[in-house]
Write a protein that binds this ligand. Structure first.
Ligand code: PHE
Length: 356
């Protein structure tokens, strides 16, 4: 009995891995193991012998089993130690440098202005960049012969020969989204619609594709005073300081009365600063939505009224971030993007300007 014990405890102590340990277990305390064989011999013994040998064999079995368990735990610990040593990682090593892209100033400014208008209760609406002449012109009270159509330098999408339907256009402004939003939502409504617009024009201050944000607010008694407040609030929040504005009487077929809005600025050595000085720079067109436009969008002008505006996004981005040439916006020059672009975690201070 004692030799069995020392034999197996020795084997267990020297087992190299869990597979070897399992072999020892079967050999010692398995169904056909050595201890089981001894148990079977109990039947041939005298009751006196059995009384001694029975408990002794059970104790031996227990001892071997606990030695097996203890060794198994020890082997597992050793395996884990080994793995940890092999997969050790120096987290203090400096990270490999990876170049990150930047956020284009137009995307940044679109986010900024959407957040400011959202604070004032405006939702964001969208419309197609290729649109019909109904949405782009007629619904906006710009009839076929109207000079505004020619003035907008519109790109036409020509139809196949023999197709007499009027051509679609690359939208020359975001105003068609006014009509689409009113058709979809009805009144009351408060939306902005930022997006791309297209006009056949190219010089230092004009590119054939540029960006506008349309604004529209229709309710029972919206007035020009609300328009002025919303625009001044927006400009101050956007530029981060109280910006003086100048409302100049103007004309758009889709608003009556209409006003163009200038912001106060100073020109110095070819660069411009907003919010100081004695110069003025035009940044947007606006006015009270023409009754015919409401009607064209299915809204009763006897019951509802409101304002609309269209702001040049590229223009205000240039002013805020001191970008001198509009054309560089769309050259996709990586050096320019690295200089004027924004890190993805840059969060603009959107609320400072709204605190008086
Ligand atoms: N759509 C006009 C433009 O592109 C701007 C505008 C929008 C004016 C809304 C008045 C009201 O010049």
């Amino acid at each position: 009995m004692d030799d069995l014990k020392s034999k197996y405890l020795g084997l267990i102590g020297n087992a190299a891995d869990e597979a070897a340990l399992e072999d020892i277990r079967l050999q010692a305390v398995g169904k056909k193991g050595e201890v089981a064989l001894k148990m079977r011999e109990l039947g041939k013994m005298t009751p006196e012998e059995r009384q001694v040998m029975g408990p002794a064999l059970n104790a031996l079995k227990d001892e071997i089993n606990s030695a097996l368990t203890a060794k198994k735990v020890a082997l597992e610990d050793a395996a884990l130690d080994e793995r940890l040593r092999g997969e050790w990682l120096d987290v203090t090593l400096p990270a490999r440098h990876r170049r990150q892209g930047t956020i284009h100033p137009i995307s940044q400014v679109s986010e900024e202005l959407s957040a400011i208008f959202a604070d004032m209760g405006f939702a964001v609406a969208e419309g197609p960049q290729i649109d019909s002449d109904w949405y782009s012109f007629d619904a906006l009270n710009i009839p076929g012969h109207h000079p505004a159509r020619a003035e907008m330098d519109t790109f036409y999408m020509h139809r196949a020969e023999g197709d007499d339907r009027p051509p679609h256009v690359l939208r020359p402004h975001t105003s068609p989204v006014q009509i689409r939003a009113m058709e979809k939502i009805g009144a009351p409504i408060r939306v902005i619609a930022p997006g791309r617009v297209y006009r056949a024009d190219y010089d230092q201050t004009h590119t054939p594709m540029f960006h506008q944000v349309e604004g529209l607010a229709i309710d029972k008694d919206i007035s020009m005073a609300n328009l002025k407040w919303v625009l001044e609030e927006f400009l101050s929040a956007f530029f981060g300081k109280r910006v003086k504005t100048r409302f100049r009487a103007s004309h758009f077929p889709f608003t009556e009365p209409s006003a163009e809005v200038d912001v106060q600025c100073r020109w110095e050595n070819g660069s411009v600063t907003v919010g100081e000085g004695d110069d003025w720079l035009e940044v947007l067109g606006s006015g009270m939505v023409h009754p015919k436009v409401l009607q064209n969008a299915g809204i009763d002008p006897q019951e509802w009224q409101g304002f609309a505006f269209g702001i040049g996004i590229d223009r205000i981005a240039m002013l805020k971030y001191g970008i001198p040439d509009l054309r560089a916006f769309f050259d996709a020059d990586l050096r320019w993007l690295r200089h004027y672009g924004f890190a993805s975690l840059d969060q603009p201070n959107l609320h400072g300007g709204l605190n008086r």
